[in-house]
Design a protein around this ligand. Structure first.
Ligand code: PA5
Length: 381
């Protein structure tokens, strides 16, 4: 993988495009969206449109015409580029989205200029998308062989859109490398956090806790959790085994599924992700009077209020028989996120082997895909 070429392509996109449309499904978009929203917030695009930097929209994750219409409306007459990502090159939903956007971009810029605005990330040797890219002279990046898609966020699959969003991909990779070095260094497996996490979740699984809910108290964790769910589900859910991965954002979801967690059937345990260093300095402000009875929180940082919610909730849930695992990240930045990505990837690999399954294949995903291809799709309408 040429990091330099990824950075150059991202710089070009940032200089000539107000919008990058990323087309892909599953592995081909989850990692990039997770990293962008985790580091930049779920309002990344709204903020980018205010400061003139590049917005990133993800398409091809469904066959929804309405979603495509909305993104086309949002782009309006602004300059845009496309990064289409598919290893097979035959996945129906992204293939349709790419057909639509190839036509749009060619109509807007002409074929030649359009070919400089389309970036293809696909298999190095085969596939329909590779052929289209070669025929049209699009810049190409490789979805590496031998790395299950859900483990590919730190390859060109994730790195090009992430860099186009203005994120320091070198720091992200350094964080992952640091975690990998730590993992390789110590001989005592009980000093390796990812192995401990794998062991704890497997002990709980064997005690009958079949569901793991990953929980965070910041809305910008949402897509990291979506990525985590794919990583866990595709790695472990096979041979009629596996922990079912779900996610929740608290306090929001405490007011919905919180009821089930507290009082419902005891099938789940929670893994809480928390960040030590505050990511906002906002405090509870003074008011003209104390009719809302909130003065007991006067001048307290919202970070503290959120931490109190975390601790109070953990106490309530554990006392009701819901086991909690707490994961602490030092800071919300590229380096720490890179380490966290490595941590989860190592943990699920170990966890899969503890369950005697292969954590690197995903035969189940292919069943619907082969049902839905050219020769058979009409069966379903
Ligand atoms: O992990 C998987 O195998 C799937 O989620 C794929 O990522 C998804 O189906 C996209 O496949 P492709 O990159 O071949 O279009």
């Amino acid at each position: 993988m040429s990091l330099l070429r990824i950075k150059k392509a991202a710089d070009k996109i940032r200089s000539d495009s107000k919008v990058l449309v990323v087309i892909g499904i599953g592995r081909s978009y989850l990692g990039a969206r997770a990293v962008i929203e985790f580091l930049k917030s779920e309002f990344h695009n709204e903020k980018a449109s205010k400061d003139g930097s590049t917005e990133v929209y993800f398409l091809g994750t469904s066959a929804s015409g309405r979603y495509i219409d909305d993104v086309i409306d949002l782009i309006g007459d602004r300059d845009f580029s496309v990064n289409v990502i598919s290893k097979s090159g035959t996945t129906t939903e992204p293939a349709i989205a790419f057909r639509i956007f190839k036509d749009l971009i060619e109509k807007k810029y002409g074929k030649e200029e359009a070919s400089k605005r389309i970036y293809v990330t696909t298999d190095a040797h085969k596939g329909a998308l590779l052929n289209v890219a070669k025929e049209n002279g699009y810049e190409r990046f490789v979805v590496p062989d031998g790395i299950g898609g859900r483990y590919s966020v730190l390859s060109a699959v994730g790195l090009l859109p992430i860099a186009a969003a203005g994120i320091d991909i070198s720091a992200l990779l350094e964080g992952a490398k640091d975690a990998q070095d730590e993992f390789a260094k110590d001989e005592d497996i009980l000093n390796k956090p990812s192995i401990l996490y794998a062991i704890y979740r497997n002990i709980l699984y064997r005690k009958g806790f079949d569901v793991e809910t990953i929980v965070g108290y910041e809305p910008q964790f949402r897509y990291l959790f979506e990525w985590w769910k794919q990583l866990m589900a595709e790695s472990e859910g096979k041979d009629n085994k596996g922990i079912y991965p779900t996610s929740a954002i608290f306090s929001t979801d405490l007011h919905s599924i919180g009821q089930f967690i507290q009082d419902g059937k005891k099938i789940l345990f929670e893994t809480i992700l928390d960040i030590d260093k505050p990511i906002s300095k906002r405090v509870v402000p003074a008011a003209d009077d104390n009719t809302d009875n909130l003065d007991y929180l006067l001048d307290r940082p919202l970070k503290e209020v959120n931490e109190a919610a975390l601790t109070a909730t953990a106490q309530a849930h554990t006392s009701a028989g819901v086991p909690n695992i707490l994961l602490k990240l030092d800071n919300l930045d590229e380096f720490n996120l890179g380490s966290l990505i490595y941590f989860f990837e190592a943990a699920v690999a170990v966890s899969g082997y503890l369950n005697a399954i292969n954590p690197f294949n995903q035969p189940g995903v292919e069943v619907y895909k082969t049902n839905y291809v050219q020769d058979s799709w009409q069966t379903w309408i």
